[in-house]
Ligand binder design. Structure first.
Ligand code: ASP
Ligand code: MG
Length: 405
């Protein structure tokens, strides 16, 4: 007998038929003798609609009221899921964030969970009741409703699994696991049986949208065994686990890409102390998340500074930089939106040389120019022209031996 947290995402609870199917799945698990807690998201599209409504009534948002509105999608699905479970003869009870409570800080719309008071849930689960917990919601120290940021139901599920010391946290979604690359682009992409927390974290933050990044961080911290699987099939998914659980570690386990990238180059920046701080300080204060940075020196005492940022922040950043021009004294600001970041990820590269070299060689064989490079212990990222996304992903997937047979 195990204790399992099952989380169902928006597509898994998108209609009442789907909710009935979720209930049937949960019944199967409970009938095997396991203790189950369920976490659900809002019906897919519901949260977007709620956000839209807040925008229609107010341009300046009071974050506390925004949270009250956007958390309501999960109130609908917990109630419906509990009803569906009850109609199958199971003891089930819905729980909103504040009822447990799931305590958070008071950073509305992006709250952090500080504590989950799980004693009552544990008692009821032991007595055979299935708690159905609203994802995404919390309670602030000032007793206001908070939300955890978009995709936050994953976080609720992982935090609950950690609090309950669950044996496993199953994240049901509309894909059947984590793939070596986006299967819509690379037809030969394979589903991974297992992936390490570190790799999953890199994949989530580098563009693979299967799990919310913060939830992976939390799972890694508390060593929560995660499984990503589909609620539409019965096949096992991908386990996100500790490195030592993976016997034969591939050099590279995945290739990802992110199109939400833009590149800015400041030309002929004075080459003296304080200039980088003068550029990136104001950007940081404006909450522009700068990613890759390169600086190249010319022999005339100036440098070109190139960096990447989310495409969605480009206009804002350009405005800010143009305002700084008199103070910083660079020549011009160049911007490019036609870029994509492609990354290869694998804990295996910690102990093997040549991963980056193979990437560069593969891209050059295809005539693809690399604009910016960045590396960490377990990933190599390059910025290339967006038009080459498909070509680059397919070539790299083959080059690292990831293609399905
Ligand atoms: N319903 C919330 C959202 O759409 C939380 C979630 O789905 O995880 O962001
Ligand atoms: Mg989601």
């Amino acid at each position: 007998m195990a204790r399992i947290v099952c989380k169902f995402g928006g597509t898994s609870v998108a209609t009442t038929e789907r909710i009935a199917a979720v209930a049937a799945r949960v019944k199967k698990i409970a009938d095997q003798g396991h203790e189950v807690a369920v976490v659900v998201s809002a019906m897919s599209g519901a949260t977007d609609q709620l956000i839209q409504w807040t925008r229609e009534v107010a341009t300046l948002q009071d974050a506390r009221e925004y949270d009250v509105v956007i958390a309501s999608g999960e109130q609908v699905t917990v109630g419906l899921t509990a009803l569906a479970l009850q109609s199958l003869g199971l003891a089930a009870r819905s729980w909103l964030g504040w009822q447990i409570p799931i305590e958070t800080d008071d950073v509305h719309a992006a709250a952090r969970i500080t504590r989950i008071a799980d004693a009552e849930l544990v008692k009821r689960m032991a007595a055979g009741e299935i708690p159905v917990v609203a994802g995404f919601q919390g309670l602030s120290p000032r007793r206001r409703l908070t939300t955890l940021g978009r995709g936050g139901s994953d976080l609720t599920a992982v935090a609950l699994a950690a609090a309950l010391e669950a044996d496993q946290c199953d994240i049901y979604t509309d894909v059947d696991g984590v793939y070596t690359c986006d299967p819509r682009i690379v037809a030969k992409a394979r589903k991974l049986d297992k992936i390490t927390y570190e790799e999953m974290l890199e994949m989530a933050s580098l563009g693979a949208k299967v799990l919310q990044t913060r939830s992976v961080e939390l799972a890694m911290k508390y060593r929560v065994r995660l499984q990503v699987l589909s609620s539409f099939t019965d096949t096992p998914g991908t386990f996100v686990v500790d490195e030592d659980e993976i016997v034969e570690q591939a050099l590279v386990s995945g290739v990802t890409y992110s199109r939400n990238e833009a590149k800015i180059t400041l030309t002929q920046v004075a080459d003296r102390p304080g200039v980088a701080a003068g550029i990136f300080g104001p950007l940081a204060e404006a909450a522009v998340n700068v990613d890759m940075i390169v600086q190249s020196a010319a022999d005339d005492g100036t440098t070109d500074v190139t960096f990447t940022l989310p495409r969605t922040d480009l206009e804002r950043a350009l405005k800010l930089l143009n305002g700084l021009k008199p103070a910083l004294g660079f020549k011009s600001v160049l911007a490019d939106k036609n870029v994509v970041k492609v990354s290869v990820i694998g804990v295996g590269m910690r102990s093997h040389a040549g991963v980056a070299a193979r990437m560069f060689k593969t891209l050059s064989d295809k005539g693809i120019n690399i604009q910016v490079i960045s590396t960490s212990e377990i990933k190599v990222s390059v910025l290339i022209a967006e038009d080459y996304t498909e070509l680059a992903l397919r070539a790299l997937h083959t080059a690292y031996g990831l293609d399905a047979a």
